[in-house]
Design a protein around this ligand. Sequence first.
Ligand code: IFM
Length: 510
Amino acid sequence: KTKQSRHIFGEAAYHRLDGNISRESFFSGRRLIGYRVEFAGEANKTLSFEKQVAIYTSRDLKNSEYSALEIIEKIKALTLEKSLFAAQQDFENHLAEHTAVWATLWKQADVRIEGDDFSQLAIRFAIFHLLQMAPWHDYRVSIAAKGLSGEGYRGHVFWDTEIFILPFFIYMFPETAQNLLLYRYHTLPGALKKAQENGYEGAMYAWESADTGEETTPKFGGLDLKTRKPIRICCGELEQHISADISYAIWHYYQVTGDKEFLTDFGAEIICQTARFWKSRVDYNPEKDRFEIKKVIGPDEYSESVDNNYFTNALAQWNLHRAIEVCEFLRQKKKYHDFAAKIGLNDEELENWGEVAEKISLPRVDDLVLLQFDGFLQQKEIALSSYQHDPNAFFSNFSWEEITSSQLLKQADVIMLLYLLNDQFTLEEKVANWDFYEPKTLHHSSLSPAIHSLVATEIGRAKEAFSYFIAATEIDLDNKLKNSDAVLHAATLGGIWQAVVKGFCGVKVK
Ligand code: IFM
């Protein structure tokens, strides 16, 4: 039984060894069940060993009235039946079926690069894993930050899915993209609950989400190597751009697929409920006649509890504008009346959204450079030197407090915005912001290099674009963050695909 959500699951395994078994036994240990087999092998002779596993969970049972004991019995029967059935089939048949499915997927999703074997390998490596980690047949789950490759981040779902991974599916397998977005619709009640618990309206999505959509971000992380105290993780409370990221993803899906039905039946509700959240989240500053969003964490997680993070404010503004647009779309389709009644919306609320969007605080360093957050320029300057791409060296030399009060960025923040809201900025602005923020960025998050590659392409810095692309590919192919042996970085894999298709190949949908 899973610890928190208490799902019951069962596995049955069937083993077949084509050799003379002298001894076999089953054993179990902590988090382990094993089958040990001894046999005599012969030199230069191949032995084949087959293992087939069937898995069922309580989520697969239609009847929710069963008692726990009945569930266990049902799952036991189903897994054994499936495993015996599979064992009676010829392995070659399974293999042929498996190969045929993969061939179809590759036909649809392959990207061919000529003249550079490593880049070809890297894009296929990314595509293979993206295909493997997708929920093809279940909209109740999404893709975790580490895919299915390990237990890092406890299988939780972040913005990694909507912003980094989803585009591959939107363009290649829109039905699966829809599953991923339906997961956010399915977990909307959790987001409504989180907003209410925090004194806000609408939908405040969890920074780390699991099966109900309630907040699952742990409160503490690793040790601060300087102070020897555990580092408090505030993302569950403060990293709120996730709500706008999800609306952004819905719009992106709609723009590419033109799926009006999805927008009407599911997307509109998420976009309007997140707009409602932003309206309730802002504070009005009468002196400046501006709406402000205080105490957040933007994409750069080395700056905590900051006011008016440009990225968050700009995406909140974008979210509010899209909500108004979606309502207009529903009006044209004569669906607005029912929709408004369903979520209790009125015209005054729409006007308020417009006013907040109009007057949201978006300060700049100068005419061209966006200010990452209020007071950013007063933060301490630390030379990047050898800390770039090397979190371990950085954490050995600076305390968490020193890190969060410096001007160094963990990952793309303003540069991330230049990518997402691409059309809102001129080339001149993009260049100026790149020159200002890129030299301050450590790339300690695996999410950072691919986005830098995309923006570098956009501003015509081909060499940098390629070297950031290679940096992204090396995260897992060269174990650059020194943790790929335990887990893959799913967002990076999606970012690699985007860097090639949307960056180097320039595919854009407007
Ligand atoms: O979502 C990311 C975040 O942007 C940086 N820290 C890791 C998270 C999961 O990959």
